[in-house]
Design a protein around this ligand. Structure first.
Ligand code: IPT
Length: 981
């Protein structure tokens, strides 16, 4: 028993890393500016480093200039994370804290990295003025010494911190020592769904502040859409002048000027170069005139409702984690612009400040989000202990809001401040919102996670199903119990701040959401979750590369591949999801029909169409027969035009004909070359042609010992399975297949409504169905094989009849009839045939949907054409292997090996084509891409139907019309083997 007199032993003050209060010592936050004429010195580079298991560190002091202080230390690169440089390991959890929840305390195990760097000042470093030491981002808590003197400590990983260091600096031999703790009180505020990655992961620099230079400045640049005038006022703490030569402006700080300007928008990111001239420093300004606000229940920029075609972006690189170089930041924005993305939410922390410069320059709407998430408290009753509801944390929360707003306030791209993510509700959030509104009344505030939205100017939801979004669009959402709160929420514009969870194959249902955004003005679009898979580049023992996810780094507790849910693969190759998104959100809609010509609708909010060149093409069976330019009159935003198309070419060959009209950039931009395709439309040029000529005279099947021959085909007589076609032995003859390697969306999340289909598939045993042959019947016309396909332990079955016929030209035809028996409790993954070809059949060409993968609710980008690919190229390398690679609407496909070609034709229903060098079961068993290796067989799936993809890995299941319900079905295919080219 503890019998110490409690009253007499005051509990010791918490160590700084467990103290949630912002520490004195750092300077007040201020705007970030990339360049000025004041001197700077980067301290990035190679630093001495040692890792200790606890917060007290190990070994002798390292803070002063003892040359032996770092004897035996290792080195790390700053910016960087030590766990990605051979010290300790990264760890991934989605919601859970990786330490016991007892705020603000931390366990003894608190990996602590001592960093030390020596430096000299450049010879011309000014002797006057002040010098600041600036950290752009340290995860999660730092204690800093310069030349043996402690400067202070700080928390707030994705936020800048500065110290005044002038008097401590020496010309030569400075020693900067930084102790970084992985865990701190601040970690309770940083429970974002991402890798836990400690370290000095953004720049460290010395900034000279000349006498008479400003501590801060605030550019206010508005736009009055009724007059076309911009207003400009720059606040500054020292006297100075603001010059904008292009506008002939020369005004004093604090003074307001008006001038006719071109406004800034994400679509037309017009920036004016200016300069803030003070006695001590000239600071370049990049001024974008724009006004944002909520008006008539809508979020408007420059007087117009805007539609967000957004993505949630984490900062991520597969080798350097959250330490990103400028090229990578630019690459992200270029890829976004090329894929018609116009908005970014900086989930869930302010990005590297240079990213926002690039958003200003290249044009993206930004929701800048504070470095705040306390999601892990959701597992305590009523979110007990949640820091946002505990006023001891309020100063830390306001400090974070302040550091974000002050740093980023001068970016025209930043439209909205977001308080943070997934913190539920609490007064701390209100304190943040109040501080922000007082400091910057010119931008709306967003917060999603309090259902009553007391602090938000936007009604915002994540992963809401389509029907809920539609209800909100109609302003018919379920009322809140408090009428005042309800009235407030009802008055707000609506955003899906996260939707369409892009984990693995998917997301499905994008086009169905987009229809709602384009129907209901209150629904102002959304932000796909998320931009990039956070897979870490990893190697097998024998050196093969793959992307690792949760659990691959020895973590005891982890959330697996939930960290790989982006539109880009970790190496920044676009996934099919991004290609689909590009099509779904294209800012120009091109539709048409054979009779009426083409309709072009400009869906931009600000831009006209004169930057686009339109072309038409007339294609027959995927071959271009005629093409030309289409003169489209300039269209204002929201306007449309209907235009005639030329007469169909008289000499066109017979066959299926389509019009394809494309809109491409006329001239190169900062993010794409001239000719880059922005939008397209395609439609039949004539009613579908009559079905092909009826098959020629049929040949009769013959029984020949244990075999049956039918024209070019040989079957085994016992089971009626196709063995060979025209001399080509099949590894496996076509038979019914309803299994697919569950996608992440099939596996789903237990908290989502509706049962996860993969669980049902597994329970039923769809991955190991049995085939029973009930009858093999020969008639003069056909070979008919009646079978029953059924899983073990159930009375469910698919009665399946194969009817084979052949004609004298050597074409083998198959008609399949499927009738479900029993009560199927789940949709079928797929319904079609699987066959196995020898491994040499590695080249594929097809006429159908392409070039990329498509499924019933991810097929907007699939365009009818003639395509070719190798079997390898048909694979989509999802970080966790799963069903992938289907091509939609296939009319015919040819698989070739040397001189031999197997042609498969729709007869008449188009089919889904999939080919891979492993079976669906092998695909299912693989955990990583390196677990798959080519076998002796090319497995081909020819599907009559596929189940939709949906977004149930965090969101709704496929919509009912994309479900593949077990029901009677009937489909046909024709096969022919050709030797020689
Ligand atoms: C939502 C989070 O905001 C986001 O950070 C990420 O975790 C995403 O989900 C899923 O990948 S929260 C969700 C559990 C509703």
């Amino acid at each position: 028993m503890d019998d110490r007199p409690r009253d007499e032993t005051p509990s010791p003050a918490p160590p700084y890393y467990e103290n949630p209060l912002p520490t004195p010592g750092t300077l007040p936050p201020r705007a970030w500016w990339g360049a000025s004429d004041a001197a700077r010195l980067t301290l990035n580079g190679s630093w001495a480093f040692r890792l200790a298991p606890t917060a007290s560190g190990t070994g002798p002091g390292f803070t002063a200039d003892d040359p032996a202080a770092t004897a035996g230390w290792d080195r790390v690169t700053v910016p960087g994370h030590w766990v990605l440089q051979g010290h300790g390991a990264p760890a991934y959890t989605g919601v859970a804290y990786l330490f016991p929840v007892d705020p603000p305390r931390m366990p003894d195990e608190n990996p602590t990295g001592d960093h030390r760097r020596e430096f000299d000042l450049p010879g011309d470093w000014p002797a006057d003025g002040e010098t600041l030491l600036r950290f752009e981002g340290v995860d999660s808590c730092a204690r800093v010494w310069l030349n043996g003197t402690e400067l202070g400590t700080f928390q707030g990983s994705r936020l800048p911190h500065e110290f005044a260091v002038g008097p401590l600096l020496r010309r030569r031999g400075n020693v900067l020592a930084v102790r970084v703790h992985q865990w701190s009180a601040g970690s309770y505020l940083e429970d974002q769904d991402m890798w836990w990655l400690p370290g000095i992961f953004r720049e460290v620099s010395l900034l000279h502040r000349p006498a008479g230079s400003p501590a801060d400045h605030f550019v206010h640049a508005g736009y009055d859409h009724t007059t076309g005038e911009g207003t400009l006022r720059v606040e500054c703490d020292v006297p100075g002048r603001v010059l904008v030569p292009e506008l002939g402006l020369d005004l004093a700080c604090g003074q307001e000027a008006r001038a006719a300007v071109e406004p800034w928008s994400a679509e037309v990111p017009r920036l004016y170069a200016g300069e803030l001239v003070t006695a001590g420093e000239r600071i370049p300004l990049r001024i974008g005139f724009r006004t944002v606000g909520i008006e008539d229940g809508l979020l408007k920029v420059n007087g117009r409702r805007v539609l967000f075609r957004g993505v949630n972006r984490h900062e991520f690189h597969p080798e350097t984690g959250r330490a990103l170089d400028r090229e990578t930041m630019r690459r992200d924005i270029v890829l976004m612009k090329q894929h018609n993305v116009n908005a970014v939410r900086t989930s869930h922390y302010p990005p590297h400040p240079a990213f926002l410069d690039l958003c200003d320059e290249l044009g993206l709407w930004v929701i800048d989000e504070c470095d705040l998430e306390t999601h892990g408290f959701c597992w305590m009753p009523d979110w007990r202990g949640n820091p946002v509801a505990d006023e001891r944390w309020t100063p830390a929360l306001v400090d974070r809001a302040r550091r974000m707003v002050e740093r980023d306030k001068n970016h025209p791209s930043v439209l909205v401040w977001s308080l943070g993510n997934e913190c539920h509700a609490g007064r701390g959030l209100s304190a943040m919102a109040a501080w922000i509104r007082a400091r910057d009344p010119a931008r709306p505030v967003h917060y999603e996670n309090d259902p009553e939205y007391p602090d938000s100017d936007i009604f915002s939801r994540m992963y809401a199903p389509h029907e809920e979004v539609e209800r909100i669009g109609r302003r018919e959402e379920e009322p809140l119990s408090d009428p005042e709160r309800d009235a407030h929420r009802r008055s707000l514009p609506f955003l899906l701040v996260e939707y369409a969870h892009a984990m693995g194959n998917g997301p499905g249902g994008l086009a169905d959401y987009q229809r709602l955004f384009e129907t209901y003005e209150r629904c102002q679009g959304g932000f796909v979750w998320e931009w990039i898979d956070h897979g870490l580049l990893t190697r097998t023992a024998d050196g093969r590369e793959y992307f690792g996810y949760g659990g691959d780094f020895g973590e005891g507790y982890h959330d697996g591949n939930f960290v790989c849910d982006g539109l880009l693969f970790p190496d920044r190759t676009p996934s099919p999801g991004l290609i689909e998104y590009k099509k779904v959100v294209e800012p120009v809609r091109i539709t048409g029909d054979a009779a009426q010509g083409v309709t072009i609708r400009n869906g931009h909010d600000f831009a006209g169409t004169s930057h686009l060149a339109f072309t038409w093409a007339y294609e027959v069976e995927g071959r271009r027969i005629a093409a030309g330019d289409l003169a489209v009159p300039p269209l204002e935003p929201g306007h449309k035009a209907r235009l005639p198309l030329p007469a169909a070419p008289a000499d066109a060959p017979p066959g299926e004909a389509v019009w394809t009209v494309r809109a491409c950039l006329r001239a190169g931009t900062a993010w794409a070359e001239a000719g880059h395709e922005v939008a397209w439309g395609q439609w039949p040029a004539a009613p579908a042609p009559a079905p092909a000529a009826p098959p020629g005279p049929r040949v009769a099947p013959r029984r020949d010992g244990g075999l049956i021959t039918l024209g070019p085909a040989v079957f085994d007589a016992g089971r009626g399975r196709l063995r060979a076609l025209g001399g080509l032995p099949l590894a496996e003859g076509p038979r019914l297949d309803v299994f697919r390697a569950p996608t992440d969306n099939d596996i789903g999340m237990h908290w989502e409504p509706g049962t996860q289909v993969s669980v049902l598939w597994e329970r039923i045993g769809l991955h190991r169905v049995r085939h029973r042959t009930d009858e093999v019947r020969l008639t003069d016309e056909a070979l008919t094989v009646r079978t029953r396909v059924a899983p073990d332990a159930r009375d469910l079955a698919l009665a399946t009849t194969y009817r084979w016929t052949a004609d004298e030209e050597g074409t083998l035809r198959l008609r399949v009839a499927v009738t479900p028996e029993g009560d199927w409790p789940c949709p079928l993954p797929r319904l079609g045939l699987r066959l196995g070809l020898p491994a040499a059949f590695g080249r594929v060409s097809w006429y159908g949907g392409g070039p990329g993968e498509a499924y019933p609710d991810t097929r907007a980008a699939s365009r009818l054409g003639r395509y070719r690919a190798t079997v390898e190229e048909l694979q989509t390398p999802y970080v966790r292997p799963q069903e992938n690679g289907a091509r939609a609407d296939v009319r015919w496909a040819e698989l070739s090996a040397g001189e031999a070609t197997l042609r498969i034709e729709a007869d008449p229903e188009p089919f889904w084509l999939t080919a891979r060098r492993w079976s669906s079961e092998q695909l299912d068993a693989a955990g990583h891409t390196v677990d798959l290796s080519p076998g002796e067989v090319v497995w081909v799936n020819l599907d009559h139907a596929q189940h939709g993809i949906g977004s149930q890995s965090c969101g709704p299941a496929p919509l009912p019309r994309h479900r593949l319900t077990a029901a009677p079905a009937d489909f046909g295919l024709a096969f022919r083997l050709r030797e020689g080219r």
